[in-house]
Design a protein around this ligand. Structure first.
Ligand SMILES: Cc1ncc(C[n+]2csc(CCOP(=O)(O)OP(=O)(O)O)c2C)c(N)n1
Length: 688
C-alpha cells in the first residue's frame, strides 16, 4: 500500500507541473529560452525521486522537471533556470531549463548535466564505478544514507538516446563490473520527430537483454501506483544486491518536444489523442477519487497548485539578471600548485628516461594517494602499458587500482567525470593520440564544460595521459600530434613536457590540479632513442618535486653580447621541437635562444613575449601540421603583442599540411621539421 500522503503529494506535484506547462505556454515571449516540460512523464519521475535518498546520485535529463520537484526543488528554483536568472541555483543563468546540478546534504548529488542526448550515461556510470571502489576498498569513506543503506546511482534518459553508441560502452562496463546503477529509460516512442519504428529494432528493455548481468524491468510509467511500487523494489534491490538494472518506463508525451519544436508540426491527431488517454495526472486523479480522496480535497490541491505557480512565476520574472562582468568566472577552480618546490636535481641520483619519470611520478602518487586509480587499455598487470609506462604498478598497488579497460576511449575519458564526483582521483590513459577521437566527445561535451556550467561546483579532476608524436616510421595512426584540436577546447589544461625532470614535476602538478589535464607524452622522447634527444634524460627529481603548470623555460640562452648586437633570435617550441631547435642552434653559437613552453594551456605568455621582445626575431616551431595550428595562432598573438619590438615577421615552422604522417621513414622525414630545416630557417632569419 502507498501512504495516502504520498499519493496526494504526487498529485500535488503533477498539478504543479501542469500549471507550469500552461504558464510557460501562456508567456512564450517571456519564456524565451528553449525548454521542455515533463508532461506525460510525471508518474515515473516522481516515483523515482521519492525513493532516492541524500547519499544517492541521480542524473536527470532535460525532461525530468517532475523528478526535480520530487527531489524537493521548488518551482521557483526551476523557473530561475527557465528564465536564466542570476540566482538559478544550478548554473547561474548559463544553461537551459531542467539542467540541474547539486551537491548538498539534503538531496541526492547531481553532477553537471549536458544537453547532449545519452552522453550523461558514461559520466554517471563513472559515479557508480567510484562508489563501488569506495565501498570495496575505502569503505570508511563511503557516504551512506541516514538509515545506513548504501547509495545507488540513477541515470535517466529518453528512449531515443539509448541508440547513441556511447551508451553501449557504459552498459558494457556496468555489467562487467556489476555496478550499483539504475538506467531509467523513459520511452515515449519519440525522438523529436523520429518515431520508434524508424529508429530502433528493439526497445531499451530488449536491448538490455544483450548485456548479460543487467537486471531489467518494463513498467507502465504513466501509472503512479505501479511506478512507485516498481521503483521501490528496483531501488531496494540495487541498494542490496549491487548490480545494474535497466528500467524501461513506457510513457506518453503530452507536451511539445521543446518550446520551439511544436508537437503539431509532426504528430498526427490520432497519435496525440492516443497519448492523451494515458495522462498520468488524470489517471492518478481518478485513482484518488476511486479510493476515497474526495473531490473537494482534489479541487483544493489544484487551486493551491495554480496559485503557487502563478506567484513563483511572478517572483522569477522579477529576479535579477546575471552580471555580465562575471561571464568569465569558473572556467577552472584554483589549483593548489602555484610554485615550483622540491629538489629538481638531487645529488647522487641517476639520470632517467622520460618514460621512467612518468612511471616513477605515478608510482609516488599512488603510494601517497589511496584514491588515485589508473586505468586504460593494457595498463594492467600483464603488460603495464604498451610503452611499459605503467610497468609494475598493478603488482605494487593491486588490480583494483591499476587495471585494463576494454577498447572504449569514450568510457575511459568520460568516466573520470563520475569518478571525480565521488572524490576519487582518476588517472587514465588513451593508448595513442591518434585514438583519442572516440573519447573526444566526452572531453568536449562533458568534461570541459562541467566546472563552468556548474559555477565551480563540479570541476572534473582528471589526469588524461596521451602518448603522441612521430618517430621512426610509426605510421599514420601512431604518430599524430593533437594539441591544436585539444586547445580548441576551453576548460581543459594541456601539458607537453620534453624531458624527464619536467615530466615528473608536471605529472605531479597535473595530478594535484582539481581541473582536467591532458598530459601529452612524446613517444620519441620516452627513451631518448631518437638521435639528438639524449638530454631528455635527466637526473630524477626528488619525491617532493612539483612544477606548476604554465611555466615555460629557457632551455638554451643566447649570448648577451649577441643579443645586444641585435644578432640573435628566439625559437618558441615544445616537445620534439626543443631538440630540433637546440640541434639547429649549434650551427649558430650564441645567437639562438630556445624557449620550451612545457605547458600549452595555461601558456606562459609572459616569458614568451619577454623573450621575443629581447630578440626581435622569433620562430614558433611545432611538429604539427602548420596551417591553422596552435603555433600559427601563437605567432599571431606574438605579432600583435610584440609588434613594436619585432625586426621581422614572426615565422612559423610546422609539418607539411598532410592528412597523416606517412609510414615510410623517408616520407615521414619529408613531412616533418628537423634540425637541418630549422637551422636553414634560422640562418635566413638572422641574415635578413
Ligand atoms: C548528441 C545529441 N544529438 C542530437 C540532439 C538534439 N536532440 C535533442 S532532444 C532529441 C531527441 C531525444 O529523444 P529522447 O531521448 O527519446 O527524449 P525525449 O525528448 O523524447 O524525452 C534530439 C535528437 C542532442 N541534444 N544531442
Amino acid at each position: 500500500m502507498i501512504a495516502k500522503e504520498t499519493l496526494l503529494q504526487a498529485y500535488r506535484h503533477m498539478c504543479l507541473v501542469n500549471n507550469m506547462a500552461v504558464t510557460y505556454e501562456q508567456h512564450r515571449s517571456i519564456c524565451k529560452y528553449v525548454h521542455s516540460t515533463s508532461r506525460g512523464h510525471e508518474a515515473i519521475q516522481l516515483a523515482t525521486a521519492y525513493h532516492l535518498q541524500p547519499a544517492d546520485y541521480v542524473s536527470p535529463y532535460y525532461r525530468d522537471e517532475s523528478l526535480l520537484l520530487g527531489l524537493g526543488f521548488s518551482p521557483y528554483e526551476l523557473m530561475l533556470q527557465l528564465l536564466a536568472k542570476a540566482n538559478d541555483p544550478f548554473t547561474g543563468g548559463r544553461e537551459y531549463y531542467s539542467h540541474p546540478n547539486y551537491s548538498g546534504p539534503d538531496k541526492p548529488t547531481i553532477i553537471h548535466q549536458s544537453s547532449a542526448t545519452g552522453m550523461q550515461v558514461i559520466p554517471t556510470t563513472g559515479i557508480a564505478q567510484g562508489l563501488q571502489f569506495r565501498e570495496k576498498y575505502l569503505p570508511s569513506t563511503l557516504r551512506k544514507n541516514g538509515d545506513g543503506s548504501l547509495p545507488v546511482v540513477v541515470c535517466s534518459l529518453g528512449d531515443a538516446s539509448i541508440t547513441e553508441g556511447e551508451v553501449s560502452e557504459a552498459l558494457q562496463f556496468a555489467v562487467l563490473k556489476q555496478l550499483p546503477i539504475i538506467y531509467l529509460i523513459q520511452d515515449n516512442r519519440w525522438g523529436i520527430s523520429v518515431c520508434a519504428e524508424e529508429s530502433r529494432a528493439m526497445d531499451a528493455y530488449e536491448y538490455a537483454g544483450g548485456f548479460y548481468g543487467m537486471e531489467r524491468s518494463r513498467i507502465n510509467g504513466s501509472d503512479f501506483v505501479e511506478s512507485f511500487h516498481a521503483m521501490g523494489k528496483i531501488v531496494q534491490s540495487v541498494r542490496h544486491n549491487r548490480r545494474p538494472h535497466l528500467v524501461q518506463a513506457n510513457v506518453p508525451l503530452l507536451g511539445h518536444h521543446t518550446s520551439g519544436v511544436r508537437k503539431e508540426f509532426y504528430r498526427s491527431d490520432a497519435d496525440l489523442d492516443a497519448h492523451a488517454t494515458r495522462d498520468p495526472r488524470i489517471l492518478l486523479r481518478n485513482y484518488l477519487l476511486e479510493h476515497g480522496a474526495g473531490e473537494e480535497l482534489i479541487l483544493d490541491l489544484e487551486h493551491d497548485a495554480a496559485n503557487t505557480i502563478s506567484e513563483a512565476f511572478q517572483l522569477a520574472i522579477a529576479a535579477p539578471e546575471p552580471d555580465p562582468a562575471k561571464v568569465g568566472e569558473y572556467i577552472f577552480v584554483p589549483t593548489p600548485v602555484i610554485t615550483e618546490s622540491g629538489i629538481r636535481e638531487p645529488q647522487g641520483r641517476d639520470r632517467i628516461m622520460m618514460v621512467d619519470a612518468a612511471l616513477f611520478a605515478i608510482r609516488e602518487i599512488m603510494a601517497q594517494y589511496p584514491e588515485a586509480i589508473l586505468y586504460g587499455q593494457d595498463v594492467g598487470k600483464r603488460l603495464g602499458g604498451v610503452f611499459r609506462e605503467a610497468a609494475t604498478l598493478a603488482d605494487q598497488f593491486g588490480d583494483h587500482r591499476v587495471f585494463n579497460t576494454a577498447i572504449q576511449e569514450a568510457y575511459i575519458i568520460g568516466s573520470t567525470v563520475g569518478m571525480s564526483a565521488t572524490g576519487l582521483k582518476p588517472i587514465v590513459e588513451v593508448q595513442f593520440g591518434d585514438y583519442i577521437y572516440p573519447g573526444f566527445n566526452q572531453l568536449v561535451t562533458e568534461i570541459s564544460k562541467s566546472c563552468y556550467l556548474t559555477c565551480g561546483k563540479f570541476p572534473v579532476q582528471a589526469l588524461i595521459r596521451v602518448p603522441v608524436g612521430a618517430y621512426g616510421g610509426g605510421g599514420p595512426y601512431h604518430s599524430g600530434c593533437i594539441e591544436t584540436t585539444l586547445l580548441s577546447i576551453k576548460g581543459i589544461k594541456v601539458v607537453y613536457p620534453s624531458n624527464a625532470a619536467d615530466m615528473k614535476g608536471l605529472m605531479k602538478a597535473a595530478f594535484l590540479d582539481p581541473n582536467p589535464v591532458v598530459m601529452l607524452e612524446h613517444k620519441g622522447l620516452y627513451w631518448s632513442k631518437v638521435p639528438g634527444t639524449e638530454s631528455a634524460r635527466t637526473v630524477e627529481p626528488d619525491e617532493n618535486y612539483i612544477l606548476p603548470l604554465g611555466k615555460a623555460a629557457i632551455v638554451l640562452p643566447a649570448f648577451q653580447l649577441r643579443v645586444e648586437e641585435g644578432d640573435s633570435c628566439c625559437v618558441i617550441t615544445y616537445g620534439m621541437g626543443v631538440y630540433w631547435a637546440k640541434a639547429a642552434a649549434t650551427a649558430l653559437p650564441g645567437q639562438v635562444e630556445v624557449v620550451d613552453l612545457r605547458c600549452l594551456y595555461p601558456l606562459d605568455e609572459d616569458l614568451v613575449f619577454e623573450t621575443v621582445k629581447k630578440h626581435g626575431k622569433c620562430l614558433v616551431l611545432t611538429e604539427e601540421q602548420q596551417n591553422n595550428s596552435f603555433a600559427e595562432a601563437l605567432a599571431a598573438r606574438i605579432s600583435q603583442k610584440c609588434f613594436r619590438w619585432l625586426d621581422a615577421p614572426v615565422e612559423v615552422m610546422g609539418a607539411l599540411n598532410l592528412p597523416a604522417v606517412p609510414m615510410n621513414t623517408i616520407l615521414e622525414s619529408a613531412m616533418l621539421p628537423n634540425a637541418e630545416k630549422v637551422r636553414d630557417r634560422l640562418m635566413t632569419m638572422l641574415e635578413n
